[in-house]
Design a binder for this molecule. Structure first.
Ligand SMILES: Nc1ncnc2c1ncn2[C@@H]1O[C@H](COP(=O)(O)OP(=O)(O)OP(=O)(O)O)[C@@H](O)[C@H]1O
Ligand SMILES: [Mg+2]
Length: 304
């Protein structure tokens, strides 16, 4: 669905302060006092624009506020203050019924630890969200089978989660989000529990699906190579703030500070190795999965 705007998500001056104070009334100018009183400012004055159809990666150290930020987008965590517009809708002012409907129909979420229902089969797990929406049994089975096939699990419909490997369970998690047929997919470290080979396979799978489905995807990860492979654009978070935003290849080449530098140094090393292998051109083509769709980014590497 489009709303006449190139942006699927607009976030303005978003704050989340965790505090034990039940009567807490947020005021941005008092943040340091809240913190001195024991509160945690997990998201600090974040503003973002995420375009329709792009894969937007949120990266940062553990505790930097990634999960809090992605959860604030659909108010799984209630923001302290700020504005969130998704598909032209004001998420902050939705009542609980509107919000439930919104999460079911417009913003599906994939969690790190799958969150599958253990006593239900793959088919039942995938179709569960449609059941909640009151979709007729035959239609939901048909839709569920379609997405199960899409994520490569056909033949496994009648198995239970415990009978599947971690990678397969994560495919069920993705199928469960896909079956909702939302334009927006929110993914919080979906592959971080998987071993490196399976993880890469899942990344390829997501790239393949995205080339077919063109969703807007917000993807949280710790891993810069995952960010480079998947992200059209990314943001790096530190202590609740967004310290750098841009295309992965630009951030790798121009980290704003030491913190970002530490994240990107492995990718920088790979880029330099590639350059040394081919000294003549001194140019490495860094590309994201959209490679052919967008201009390939030719990046000149400075040699120290
Ligand atoms: N319910 C909560 N109550 C109090 N503090 C919280 C709560 N949830 C998160 N925090 C704090 O907010 C900060 C950000 O946490 P968050 O889970 O968003 O980090 P993260 O970047 O997702 O980390 P990770 O990579 O480990 O998942 C941390 O300091 C965390 O301790
Ligand atoms: Mg997290």
């Amino acid at each position: 669905m489009t709303n006449g705007s190139e942006y699927a998500i607009k976030v303005d001056h978003l704050w989340k302060v965790f505090t034990a104070d039940k009567k807490f009334n947020f005021n941005a100018s008092d943040v340091e006092r809240y913190i001195a009183d024991g509160a945690v400012a997990a998201v600090r004055d974040v503003s973002l624009r995420i375009k329709q159809g792009e894969v937007f990666v949120i990266m940062g150290l553990s505790g930097s506020g990634k999960s809090t930020l992605i959860r604030c987008l659909t108010r799984l965590i209630e923001p302290s203050s700020g504005k969130v517009m998704i598909n032209g809708k004001d998420v902050i002012h939705m009542d609980s019924q509107e919000l439930t409907e919104f999460r079911r129909t417009e913003a599906a979420m994939v969690f790190q630890h799958y969150g599958l229902l253990p006593h239900r089969t793959v088919l039942e797990n995938v179709s569960f969200g449609l059941k909640l929406r009151g979709v007729e049994v035959k239609i939901r089975a048909k839709k569920a089978r379609e997405v199960i096939e899409k994520v490569g699990l056909d033949g496994w419909e009648q198995h239970y989660p415990a009978q599947l490997s971690g990678g397969m369970q994560q495919r069920v998690g993705i199928a469960r989000a896909l079956v909702q047929d939302t334009d927006l997919l929110l993914m919080d470290e979906p592959f971080s529990g998987l071993d490196p080979l399976i993880r890469r396979e899942m990344q390829d799978e997501l790239i393949r699906l995205q080339n077919e489905l063109h969703k807007t995807i917000v993807f949280v990860t710790h891993d810069i190579s995952e960010a480079v492979r998947l992200g059209d654009r990314m943001v790096v978070m530190k202590n609740g703030e967004c310290v750098q935003e841009g295309r992965p290849q630009d951030i790798i080449l121009n980290p704003v500070d030491e913190y970002v530098q530490k994240f990107v140094q492995d990718e920088q090393r790979i880029a330099l190795m590639m350059e040394n292998r081919d000294k003549k051109s001194k140019v490495r083509v860094l590309e994201t999965h959209t490679g052919e769709k967008t201009d390939r980014a030719k990046v000149k590497l400075g040699r120290g």
